[in-house]
Write a protein that binds this ligand. Structure first.
Ligand code: NOJ
Length: 525
C-alpha cells in the first residue's frame, strides 16, 4: 500500500471551463485530455473532474439525469475512457464526482416517482410528504433550500417533495435499501472502468433526521456552513461510507473516497475519515479563515490534531468552484495576489494533501462584473439577483493568446473572460520566471522531492507577531508574514523557494510573503 492520497496534490478541473475540444464554447473531456500535460508539469498526482454526466444543467451538472453516462456537451463514454487511459499513462490518478444526495428532476427514477400515485413504492426513492395546514397547503416543515426559497415543492396531486438545493434537484431517500443498492451499482460502473476514486458531493446530507423536524431557524442557510441541522451530518450517514469503503477495498489499486462534508466541528468532520470510512474529507477551515497568522495557526493545529486522532491526514483547500477565488477573498489586486501566493506556499508545506482549483496556479481573481444575462448559477436567480452566485470563479481558463477566450475554445466561451487576462494565460506565465504559475511549479516540484514535505509532522517555531514559522523534519522551514511590514527573522538555512518575485534571501521577510528554507545544517556547519 502506498497510501498515495495521504499527501497527494489533487487538481480540480471544472469540466465546463477547462478546455474546449470541439469549439462549442463549453469545455469537454477531449479538451481536458489534450491539456493533461499542464497538470503533469504543475506537479499534480491526481485530477478531480466535476460532473460530466447527462444533465439538464440546472446546477452546472450537479443535477444528474444518468449516473452512468456522459452528457453529449462533454463528449462520450469513449472520450472518458480515452481521457482516463491518457491520464494513467501520464501517471495521473482520476477522481470522478458522484452526486448521491439528489438527482435531476429528469432522472428516470424521479420521472417514475412523479408518475406514481402518492404512497406507491416509486415515491419511496425520494422524500415525498403531505403538507401541513388544513388542505396540506403549507410545506411539511420549515426547511429552506440552500439556493434560496423553500426546500419543498408541491405537485399537482397535492404532495410535496424535498430538495435541499434547486427544485430540479430532488433529494433521494437514503433510508430506502433500493437507493443504496442502485448507488453501489453506479460506483461499480466507474470502478470497473478504472477510476481511482470519487469526490462525494454533499456527503454529509444523504441521511435526514427521520422525523424531518423544523429547524426553527428564520435565516437562510448558506451552501457552506457549520450549523447543526436535521438534514446534515446525521450519525447514520456513516453506515453508507463503511459500506462504500468495503467496496473500494475490494478493488486493486487503492481507490479512494473524498467527502465534501460540512460538519459543525473539525472533530465531527474527522469522523468521515475514520479507518473504515472514507480516505479524505475536504477541510474548508483554511478557506474560511481570514488572512491572519493567529487564525491560520489555529486552523492548522486543530485540523492536524483532529485527523491524527483517527489516523488520517487532512486536506488543504484554498478554493473551488463554489467559493470566491482566493486572490479576491484576500483583498483583491496586487495585495490579494501576494497573499494568495503566500497562502499557497504555506499550505503546500503543511502535512497532508493539497487541492488546487484550476486557475489558482495562474492567480486568477474572481470575475465580479459578469453581465447578468450570462450568469447561470441557480443561486443568482433564486436569490432574485441579490447574490451573484458562483459564476465568477467558473470563468474559462486562459491558455494562450491576447484575446478572449484565450485558447480555451475555437468559439465564444460560455462565460466571457476579461480582456486583462491576456497577461494571466498559461503561455504568458510560462515565460515569466516570477509568475504565479512558475512559483506553483517550483514549489510543487520541491514538495515532491523534499523528504520532509507531504505526510509527516510539523513543529511550530517561535516567531514575531503576524509571522508563522514551522519546521518539517530537521531540514525544512516555512515562514509566512501575514502583516504588511518587513520582518527581520533570524532563521538558518538557504532559500528554496519564495512566494514573491524576489530571488534571494537576506533574512528579511516582506509582508504577505512566504519563504521555504532548507539546507539548514549545511549552513550552520
Ligand atoms: C456542492 C457542489 O460543489 C456545488 O457546486 C453544488 O451546487 C452542490 N453541492 C449541490 O450539488
Amino acid at each position: 500500500m502506498s497510501n498515495w492520497w495521504r499527501d497527494a496534490v489533487v487538481y480540480q478541473v471544472y469540466v465546463r471551463s477547462f478546455a474546449d475540444g470541439d469549439g462549442d464554447g463549453i469545455g469537454d473531456l477531449a479538451g481536458i485530455r489534450d491539456r493533461l500535460p499542464h497538470l503533469v508539469s504543475l506537479g499534480a498526482d491526481a485530477v478531480w473532474l466535476t460532473p460530466f454526466y447527462p444533465s439538464p444543467m440546472a446546477d452546472g451538472g450537479y443535477d444528474v439525469a444518468d449516473y452512468c453516462g456522459v452528457d453529449p456537451t462533454f463528449g462520450s463514454l469513449a472520450d472518458f475512457d480515452a481521457l482516463l487511459a491518457r491520464a494513467h499513462e501520464l501517471g495521473l490518478r482520476v477522481l470522478v464526482d458522484i452526486v448521491p444526495n439528489h438527482t435531476s428532476d429528469e432522472h428516470p427514477w424521479f420521472v417514475e416517482a412523479l408518475a406514481a400515485a402518492p404512497g406507491e413504492p416509486a415515491r419511496e426513492r425520494y422524500l415525498f410528504r403531505d403538507g401541513r395546514g388544513e388542505r396540506g397547503e403549507l410545506p411539511p416543515n420549515d426547511w429552506e433550500s440552500i439556493f434560496g426559497g423553500p426546500a419543498w415543492t408541491r405537485l399537482p396531486d397535492g404532495q410535496w417533495y424535498l430538495h435541499l438545493f434547486d427544485p430540479r434537484q430532488p433529494d433521494l431517500n437514503w433510508r430506502n435499501p433500493l437507493v443504496r443498492a442502485d448507488f453501489r451499482k453506479v460506483l461499480k460502473f466507474w470502478l470497473d472502468r478504472g477510476v481511482d476514486g470519487f469526490r462525494i458531493d454533499v456527503a454529509h446530507g444523504m441521511i435526514k433526521h427521520p422525523d424531518l423536524p423544523d429547524t426553527g431557524l428564520d435565516e437562510q442557510i448558506s451552501l457552506l456552513g457549520r450549523g447543526e441541522l436535521p438534514y446534515f451530518d446525521q450519525d447514520e450517514v456513516h453506515e453508507i461510507y463503511r459500506d462504500w469503503r468495503q467496496l473500494f477495498d475490494s478493488y486493486r489499486g487503492e481507490r479512494i473516497g473524498v467527502a465534501e462534508a460540512w460538519a459543525s466541528t473539525s472533530e465531527r468532520l474527522a469522523r468521515y475519515v475514520r479507518p473504515d470510512e472514507l480516505h479524505q474529507a475536504f477541510n474548508f477551515a483554511l478557506l474560511e479563515a481570514p488572512w491572519s497568522a493567529a487564525e491560520f495557526r489555529k486552523v492548522v493545529a486543530e485540523s492536524l490534531a483532529t485527523t491524527a486522532e483517527v489516523g488520517a491526514t487532512t486536506t488543504w483547500v484554498l478554493g473551488n468552484h463554489d467559493v470566491q477565488r482566493p486572490v479576491t477573498r484576500y483583498g483583491g489586486g496586487e495585495l490579494g495576489e501576494r497573499r494568495a501566493r503566500a497562502a499557497a506556499l504555506f499550505s503546500f508545506a503543511l502535512p497532508g494533501s493539497v487541492y488546487v482549483y484550476q486557475g489558482e496556479e495562474l492567480g486568477l481573481p474572481e470575475v465580479l462584473d459578469l453581465p447578468d444575462e450570462v450568469r447561470q448559477d441557480p443561486i443568482w436567480k433564486r436569490s432574485g439577483g441579490t447574490d451573484p452566485g458562483r459564476d465568477g470563479c467558473r470563468v474559462p481558463m486562459p491558455w494562450s493568446g491576447d484575446r478572449p477566450p484565450f485558447g480555451f475554445s475555437a468559439g465564444e466561451s460560455w462565460l466571457p473572460a476579461p480582456e486583462e487576462w491576456a497577461t494571466a494565460t498559461v503561455a504568458a506565465q510560462e515565460s515569466t520566471p516570477s509568475s504565479v504559475l512558475r512559483t506553483y511549479r517550483d514549489a510543487l516540484a520541491l514538495r515532491r522531492e523534499h523528504p520532509a514535505l507531504g505526510d509527516g509532522e510539523l513543529e511550530w517555531v517561535d516567531a514575531p507577531e503576524d509571522v508563522l514559522v514551522f519546521r518539517r523534519g530537521s531540514d525544512f522551514l516555512c515562514a509566512t508574514n501575514f502583516g504588511t511590514e518587513d520582518v527581520a527573522l533570524d532563521l538558518p538555512g538557504r532559500l528554496l523557494c519564495r512566494s514573491d518575485a524576489a530571488t534571494s534571501w537576506d533574512g528579511v521577510l516582506p509582508g504577505a510573503t512566504a519563504v521555504w528554507l532548507g539546507k539548514i545544517h549545511e549552513e550552520s556547519a
